[in-house]
Design a protein around this ligand. Structure first.
Ligand code: PEP
Ligand code: MG
Length: 594
């Protein structure tokens, strides 16, 4: 990739949502990826031939791009048993498919519209046909076709959709949107930072950049139109600022800020091996959230007491086909083996919402966030669920496993999930498969309905884990990934705080501990309140642990309880936020805090 520094355009500063702290400076790699609109316009008789030629040229350029990727992937086949190579080869065949070419020619002449729109229409027709097929294999091909459409559109419109899995050098990614499935598979060694038009602070793409310690700013609205390939870009993920084509003074300023940030990180690492204990002796469990097994090193170096949330669905997002029992067993047991003596909470599949399984990309819902996700998906696709439960129970022999179910909205769902778990356990006992004798089972409280019946749910499980990312989204009716309503996504909204106190009280009255694994647990401004409310366990992106530990070690439990007494009297998010900010600023250097 050539870097083209735009000297004509002056520096531009854009403010967005601070999603992952730290400062990154580097050349932009700009691309429009997902949902960009397909242009539609009429053409004249004399344009017909030129449009067809444009289409054929796009096929050649898409095939050439694919061949390059294939060359790299073929050297690396053993990674996934050659699945990716097979998929790319099938895409190559589809690009050259004479039926597709004939249909495009036919429709061009019939509709007299531009090649992009005709291509889109032809592929949609084929996708719909495949979607109606009774063969699962053919239905799965529909998502390949859509992938091929995207490749051709990129070529037709000159969009850059680089191969993010194999980057050739270091970049700041600048795009309209990056799906969690793309973020999990991107070449992390070469991604310095991310600047994106869409997304909110608790979207899964944001969570992944924090997990990978990649500075990011989301919700920038039009950054993908402002920056050009090769422009120098600064991403300040702590303040939420992005600078495109910085002048010399600005560059110098951010280089100094970057050094100060790195020094601060080193300072905080002093706390990693100390206990998370308040000044009056209350010991708190600080655990890490994980998405991929490779994060184990980060979990250990940041001093986590265990894993409070392992998002098992990311294993599915990285793979073109459903991971089978053996593959899942190997991944889960590897995580348990790598963390001897530490408790590891693996959450059962939370696919759906913004986490679409690549093999199911053609499945669309009007309201995916309220749709067929997590436990709802698992309770209807029981084969998939049983396979996962078998893999988990087998892996339990390797360490201290805890299992928890996501997105439970009522007792019926919890009972069904527990019953399936019991059946699978008996099946394995009959097969004499070694398993741990006691595996604590918990439920995520992330739907207001579950919070309101938490007294009922608490009698059925061994622990709760509060998923504030979803709980806030559903309580305040604010899509956590939508930058337009991000200003309403308020962790300190009195409704949210009241709900937290209800959950914690109901858990404790029924004798079970409460964890929190939503992003609020790693928010330095929230930690005192959560401590004062009686939360037993905090689980967060590993990199946040040292700072939260530092805060917990600086206060007494009594101070935290008094703070809760004060803020619960307040009426608005702003009032609470201002009060805590001032309190924390007096005690700490929060210039860089997120
Ligand atoms: C949550 O909702 O808070 C949570 C931890 O789950 P996820 O972010 O994966 O939806
Ligand atoms: Mg959730």
């Amino acid at each position: 990739m050539k870097h083209k520094q735009e000297e004509r355009c002056p520096q531009q500063i854009v403010e967005g949502i601070a999603a992952s702290s730290g400062i990154a400076i580097g050349p932009a790699l700009v691309f429009g990826s997902n949902g960009s609109a397909v242009p539609q316009y009429d053409i004249g008789e004399h344009d017909l031939e030129a449009e067809m030629q444009r289409f054929l040229a796009s096929v050649e350029s898409a095939v050439a791009a694919l061949d390059k990727i294939l060359e790299v992937q073929k050297k690396d086949q053993e990674v996934d048993g050659g699945q990716r190579v097979a998929m790319l080869e099938s895409h190559r065949l589809m690009l050259r498919d004479p039926d597709l070419h004939d249909r495009v020619q036919e429709l061009l002449a019939e509709k007299m519209q531009n090649a992009e729109w005709i291509l889109h229409t032809s592929i949609q027709e084929m996708v719909e046909k495949l979607g109606r097929s009774t063969s699962e294999y053919l239905r799965e091909r529909a998502s390949d076709l859509q992938d091929v459409e995207r490749q051709l559109l990129n070529a037709l419109m000159g969009w850059q959709m680089p191969d993010l899995v194999n980057l050739d050098s270091d970049y700041i990614l600048v795009c309209d949107d990056l799906l969690p499935s793309q973020a999990i598979t991107m070449d992390k060694r070469h991604v310095l930072g991310l600047a994106m038009d869409h997304g909110g602070k608790t979207s899964h793409t944001a969570i992944l950049t924090r997990a990978f310690e990649i500075p990011s700013v989301l919700g920038l609205r039009s950054i993908s139109a402002i920056a050009q390939n090769g422009d120098t870009v600064i991403v300040d993920g702590s303040s939420g600022t992005v600078v495109v084509r910085p002048d010399a003074v600005t560059l110098q300023h951010y280089r100094q800020k970057q050094k100060a940030w790195q020094k601060r990180e080193v300072r905080l690492m002093r706390y990693t091996q100390l206990p998370a204990e308040t000044r009056d002796g209350k010991l708190i469990q600080l655990k890490a959230n994980m998405e991929i097994p490779e994060e184990v090193d980060s979990v250990l170096t940041h001093g986590a007491d265990g894993v409070g949330l392992y998002r098992s669905e990311f294993l599915f997002l990285q793979s073109a086909t459903m991971p089978d029992e053996q593959m899942q067993y190997e991944v889960y047991s590897r995580v348990l083996d790598d963390l001897p003596g530490k408790s590891v909470t693996i959450r059962t599949l939370d696919l759906g919402g913004d986490k679409l399984f690549p093999g199911n990309m053609d499945y669309h819902e009007k309201n995916p966030i309220l749709g067929w996700r997590a436990i709802r998906f698992c309770l209807s696709e029981t084969d998939v669920f049983r396979t996962q439960l078998r893999a988990l129970l087998r892996a339990s022999a390797h360490g201290k496993l805890r299992i928890m179910f996501p997105m439970v909205s009522g007792l019926e769902e919890l009972n069904q999930a527990l019953e399936l778990l019991r059946e699978v356990r008996e099946e394995l006992l009959r097969e004499a498969v070694p398993m741990a004798a006691n595996i604590p089972v918990g439920v995520m409280i992330e739907i207001p309905a579950a919070a309101m019946i938490s007294d009922i749910l608490a009698r059925k499980v061994d622990f709760f884990s509060i998923g504030t990312n979803d709980l806030i989204q559903y309580t305040l009716a604010v899509d956590r990934g939508n930058e337009r309503v991000a200003y309403l996504y308020e962790p300190f909204h009195p409704a949210v705080l009241r709900m937290l106190t209800v959950i914690i009280r109901n858990a404790h009255l029924n004798g079970i501990p409460v964890a929190m694994c939503g992003e609020m647990a790693g928010d330095p401004l929230a930690s005192l309140i959560l401590l004062g409310m009686g939360l037993d366990e905090f689980s967060m992106g590993a990199a946040a642990i040292p700072e939260i530990k530092h805060i917990i070690r600086s206060f007494t439990l009594l101070e935290a309880e008094e703070l809760v007494g004060t803020v619960m009297e307040m009426k608005t998010h702003d009032e609470i936020y201002q009060y805590i900010s001032q309190l924390m600023e007096k005690r700490f250097d929060f210039t860089f805090g997120t």
